[in-house]
Design a protein around this ligand. Structure first.
Ligand SMILES: Nc1ncnc2c1ncn2[C@@H]1O[C@H](COP(=O)(O)OP(=O)(O)OP(=O)(O)O)[C@@H](O)[C@H]1O
Length: 367
């Protein structure tokens, strides 16, 4: 590989953050010290509510924001004091940030030109990426003559044409309509399989996170709540925050008490057996609750409030022990004329959380 090749083509790189911190002043600590290791080639989605520090984290990796403390190591190289262009990362922004006076071809070829790549090879590279992204017919147009989806593809094309080891995305799909978002999501997943760059993708859309990520990093006020596969995050949430953030409708959370033998709801109904004592928060997903008293576990009495039929399934809202819970049932299960519901909470589907910290009590119910 010659000098030009190394400037414009890199292998996927590990990203390690050690004690990385961002504080605008001593009162405004946006990211308390964070430690995280992203593996080479992995697709990480950073997910969290507005203002939790997702973009700040990404921009510190890119070099657009300075770290207040800590080390960022990309591919074995400490980069926290390097300029953005020295870090080997390419970034795609929410607002595309294309050069309006340049054609699609020029937008995509620009970084190759700056890196000193010969004209013939620039044309070859751009043509290959344009083909991959379905942009071959738009190469001579200016960004103003493209649809939102096409512009976003140009922004992605411009980032990947250099074949970077690290690709950073900041909410790249949020300006697109629902159908286009879905289509682009599929394209991005496909693209990642083909180019294999280490990818960090910021979003507040849980669907994007669940479908794109190898691992999801859930941030809450700059702290990592959980960093795991989509499946583990869904089925084994580490905290009430994660449990309620992922899933629609979200997981039901109910206050419960335990007396060394039974786990009871606020009205005394027994949910399960347990050797624990104390107060806890009990979680169960709407789709894990069984209606009509046909499932495993004790029968719990609830009163139906209303029902939404969504085509593929229905969502019932019911009063249970002073809380409103959501129950997802297959479409057509008839509960309309029975205001009193008999529900089962299968013991293997229960999640128990510490009442104070909200952290999961691992294996507390033997599930
Ligand atoms: N220059 C600044 N000075 C002080 N606080 C800032 C500054 N820039 C950002 N912040 C604060 O840092 C926090 C994190 O912002 P950031 O943009 O990283 O959040 P985010 O999770 O990406 O949010 P969103 O999803 O709304 O884009 C916010 O509370 C924001 O107000």
């Amino acid at each position: 590989m010659n000098a030009i090749d190394t400037a414009i083509r890199a292998a996927a790189a590990d990203i390690n953050l050690a004690g990385v911190t961002k504080a605008y002043d001593p009162q405004t600590i946006v990211i308390p010290p964070i430690d995280v290791e992203l593996k080479a080639g992995e697709f990480t989605v950073v997910l969290g509510p507005s203002g939790c520090g997702k973009s700040t984290l990404l921009q510190m990796i890119a070099g657009l924001e300075r770290v207040s403390a800590g080390k960022i190591v990309i591919g074995g190289r400490e980069v926290q004091d390097l300029e953005p262009k020295q870090r080997g990362c390419a970034m795609v922004f929410q607002n595309y940030a294309l050069y309006p006076h340049m054609t699609v071809f020029e937008n995509m070829a620009y970084s190759l030109k700056v890196a000193g790549l010969a004209k013939v090879e620039r044309a070859e590279r751009v043509a290959g990426v344009a083909k991959m992204l379905g942009l071959s017919d738009c190469l001579s147009r200016k960004p103003g003559q493209l649809s939102g989806g096409q512009r976003q593809r140009v922004a992605i094309g411009r980032a990947i044409v250099r074949e970077p080891g690290v690709l950073l995305f900041d909410e790249p799909l949020s300006n697109l309509d629902a159908q286009l978002r879905h289509d682009m999501r599929v394209e991005l997943a496909e693209l990642h399989r083909r180019i294999g760059a280490t990818t960090v993708f910021v979003t507040h859309d849980q669907m994007e996170a669940m479908t794109l990520a190898d691992r999801i990093l859930i941030l809450n006020r700059g702290r990592i709540e959980q960093f795991d596969t989509p499946k583990a995050i869904y089925h084994h949430p580490a905290s009430v925050f994660v449990a309620r953030f992922i899933g629609a409708p979200p997981m039901n959370i109910l206050p419960v008490t335990a007396d060394g033998s039974a786990l009871c709801l606020a009205d005394g109904q027994v949910v399960a057996e347990t050797p624990l004592t104390g107060s806890f928060q009990l979680g169960i997903r709407p789709e894990d609750i069984v209606t009509n008293g046909n499932g495993a576990g004790r029968i719990l009495k609830a009163m139906l409030r209303f029902r939404e039929d969504l085509g593929s399934h229905s969502v019932l809202a019911a009063d249970l022990a002073g809380s409103v819970i959501r129950v997802a049932t297959p479409f057509g299960v008839d509960t309309a004329d029975q205001p009193e519901l008999s529900l089962n909470f299968p013991p293997s589907r229960l999640h128990l959380f510490d009442a104070e910290t909200g952290r999961v009590m691992a294996d507390a119910l033997g599930a």
